[in-house]
Design a protein. Structure first.
Length: 401
């Protein structure tokens, strides 16, 4: 793919590689979690915020955004930066919700004042963002949100309960949909930027997951006052704005800028290494032809995803704008889950040893990855919801009851 870069892109790619080689950070004292949304310690927050800020100052973050809002002003550069960060296997960027959801939503629906105020510190990780969509009674059925927004002059009063809110313990801002009217399920929603940190009436409660981590949270709002200037787009346009957010959350917009960290290629390499070092039947697990075939099948699916991503960048090969993004979200999350399951099969009984056990193979990576994988098949719309959308909106099938 590098051979197809324009001269300007090739120069930028070389800059990314040189800078990443020279500026790779030393690892933190304790191992980082798998994903940015699982960060729960202040040590990791400080470490990752400093890393993202350094990447931003080097021009590897917000490459495609207009320079007037703190971006690099070069379309097509963020994909290259993400590829090089992934190739270098450097730490991930912590402000993933800000970069992948809040920033594109603000760019498309925000006022000039909002873009200039919120985007630069978001890019630099000076301000962390979270997302307030899901509620105890409205997860995949987002339009059933009950959190209320009542107009009070130039302000709005928020009351309600959001849940599964990643990074809320560190967030300064939340993108949130709230119900201003009960007359229409969809037109009764309005979209806001809401202050979270040290805000009267806002309570953040960590939720302990099956992994033992607390990356998720619930957030309660009790008579929280926010100015109308923090509303995104018009009153009643909340559903439309939320669709922009979800379009990016589900992968429809390439190069959101959350590069770094390991991906499916690292997971496959890890499976091969694990199989070759795990004793089994007088040899190793790698000697099992059936197990090797399972790993190869995962590698084939990963190769298919790579080629599909390439296809998605060729306008003439895109027959429907939502097909590949929605399909990719389902396939990638389920592929990572299947890869983690194979890791557990290789480790056998030792797969029951968790991260706190020094005897756990690969530091307990495989059971942790497997348990975490279920959150990813639920986030941004469950796999079942995604398949319904693909069937109804892409394939034109009858709406499910």
């Amino acid at each position: 793919m590098a051979k197809k870069d324009t001269p300007e892109q090739a120069e930028f790619r070389a800059h990314c590689r040189t800078w990443l080689e020279a500026n790779r950070p030393a690892p933190p004292r304790t191992k980082l979690p798998e994903l940015a949304i699982e960060v729960s310690s202040e040590e990791h927050r400080e470490y990752l915020c400093a890393w993202q800020k350094k990447c931003y100052e080097a021009g590897l973050v917000a490459c495609d955004y207009p320079s007037a809002y703190g971006g690099g002003g070069h379309q097509g550069f963020q994909r290259i930066a993400n590829m090089e960060m992934a190739r270098a296997n450097v730490p991930f960027l912590i402000n993933v919700i800000g970069l992948g959801m809040a920033a594109p939503t603000i760019l498309h629906h925000g006022t000039e004042e909002q873009k200039k105020r919120y985007l630069p510190p978001l890019f630099a990780a000076d301000e962390i963002w979270c997302q307030g969509f899901s509620e105890p009674g409205a997860g995949s059925d987002l339009a059933s949100a009950k959190t209320s927004a009542v107009r009070d002059g130039d302000n709005w009063i928020l009351n309600g309960h959001k849940v599964w809110t990643s990074l809320a313990t560190f967030a300064k801002w939340m993108i949130i949909i709230a119900r201003h009217s009960n007359e229409d399920k969809y037109k009764g929603l309005t979209y806001f930027i809401t202050p979270i940190a040290d805000t009267p009436g806002v309570t953040v409660r960590p939720l302990v997951k099956i992994t033992g981590g607390t990356g998720f949270n619930e957030v309660l709002f009790e008579d929280v006052v926010i100015p109308d200037a923090m509303r995104l787009d018009d009153v009643g346009k909340g559903w439309t704005v939320a669709m922009t957010t979800l379009l990016h959350e589900r992968g429809a917009a390439e190069g959101a800028g959350s590069g770094g960290g390991g991906g499916v290629e690292d997971r496959i390499a890890g499976l091969i290494e694990l199989a070759k070092k795990t004793p089994r039947g007088g040899g190793t697990a790698w000697d099992d032809a059936v197990l090797r075939d399972r790993i190869v099948q995962i590698a084939i699916r990963a190769a298919g995803l790579r080629q599909t991503a390439r296809r998605g960048r060729v306008e003439g090969l895109i027959e429907h704008p939502m097909r590949l993004p929605l399909q990719g979200k389902v396939v990638m999350t389920e592929l990572m889950q299947d890869a983690a399951e194979v890791g557990l099969e290789i480790t056998g009984a030792h797969g029951s040893l968790y991260v706190q056990d020094q005897r756990a193979p690969d530091g307990g990576e495989w059971p942790l990855a497997y348990l975490n994988s279920y959150g990813m098949t639920i986030a941004a719309g469950t796999s079942e919801i995604q398949r319904n959308i693909l069937g109804e909106r892409v394939l034109g099938m009858a709406k499910s009851k």
